[in-house]
Design a protein around this ligand. Sequence first.
Ligand code: AMP
Length: 356
Amino acid sequence: MTPLPPGSTIGILGGGQLGRMMAVAAAQLGYRCHIYAPEQESVAAEVSAAFTCAGYDDLTALEAFAKSCDIITYEFENVPAPPLKKIIGKAALRPGVAPLEISQDRAAEKKFAETHGGKAAAFALVKNFNQLAAAIEQVGTPAIAKTVRMGYDGKGQARIRRASNLEHIWHDLGRQPLVVEALVEFDAEFSVILVRGADGEIRYWDSARNNHEGGILTQSTVPAGPLVESQIAKARILASKIAEALDYVGVMTCEFFASKAGPVFNEMAPRVHNSGHWTIEGAVTSQFENHIRAICGLPLGDTSVTAERVEMHNLIGTGTPEMAKLLSDSAAHVHIYGKGQAKPGRKMGHVTRLYR
Ligand code: AMP
C-alpha cells in the first residue's frame, strides 16, 4: 500500500476518549480526523477537524462521511456491521468488519480464540430463560452471566451463585441472550496489545498487569511481574494467530487471566485499549500512534518501554480533577478527557507515572 500522505483525512467511528487520543496522535503526523458518532457531546470531535453527528444506521450520513475520508477506522467495537459493509468501497476500513463482528459477540469471540488454539473459560450460550438453569448446571457455580452483546466495563454482567434468583438475573440483564461462564480462579489479569502493519509485520508492547474493580479497569502496571511474564509468550502466540486469521491492520488487544493452568483468554478488543494508555509516555511509540501508522500504511514505531516501571491509574467518576495536586508529582502525566459530567463508573481521565 502506498502510505497515505499527511493532509489526508482519517475517519474515526466513535467519539470517546480513545478517538480523542487517536486524533491527537494523527494530528502529530499531519493527518486530519473526521469523527462519526451518534452523541452530540464528543470528546474526540473537540480535537478533530470535522464531526458528523448521526446514527450508525444512517446510510446517507455514513456514505457522505466515507466519501470525505481517505481511510476509516473505529475506536468503539459496537458499531453495527451491516451498514458498514455497505459503505466499504467508498473508503477502506481498517481493521475490517470481521474483527468487529467477532468481538461484538462474546460466544463467537471465545469460539474464534479456541479455534486458534486458545483456552477460554468453560461457557454455555443461553438464548432464552428456559436454557439458563441448564447452562448453570453445565458450567457449575460460581459463574458469571454476561450479555452476549454490548457489554463493557463490567456492565451487562452478573455473578451467579447456587442460591441466585435466576429470574432476577435474567430480568436485570435485559432478557437477552447470555453466555454463562465458569468463574476463573486467576492470580492476575493481563492484556496483550499488538499492532499489525499493512505489510503483516507484528509488534507487541510489554504486557501490563491489570487491576479491575467492579469490572472496570483501575490500574495497569508494567512490568507485570514474573507470574504474568511466564504466560505472555503463549498469550502472544494466540493474539498473533487471531490477528493473522483476520488479516488485521492496526492495534488489537486480547485480555487474559493468568491462572495456574496458564493463560485463559477472556475477550478481544479490535482497537486501542485502556490497558495500553501507559504507552503514550511509557513506550517509544504509543498504541495510538502505531494504530495510525498501521492504517495509513506507514512503518511501525518502536514499542519498547522507556522506564523501569510504569503505572497508569484511571480517574473514574471523579468530579473536577485537582490538577495542581495531580501535577505536583513530577513523575505524573495527566490526561483529562474533557467529558462534561462525572458519573459513577465513567472514565474521566488517567494518570501515568514513570519511574526510572
Ligand atoms: P469483561 O467485561 O469480560 O472483561 O469482565 C470484566 C472483569 O470481570 C474482568 O476483567 C474480570 O476481572 C472479571 N471477570 C470476567 N469474567 C470472569 C471470569 N470468567 N472469571 C473471573 N473473573 C471474571
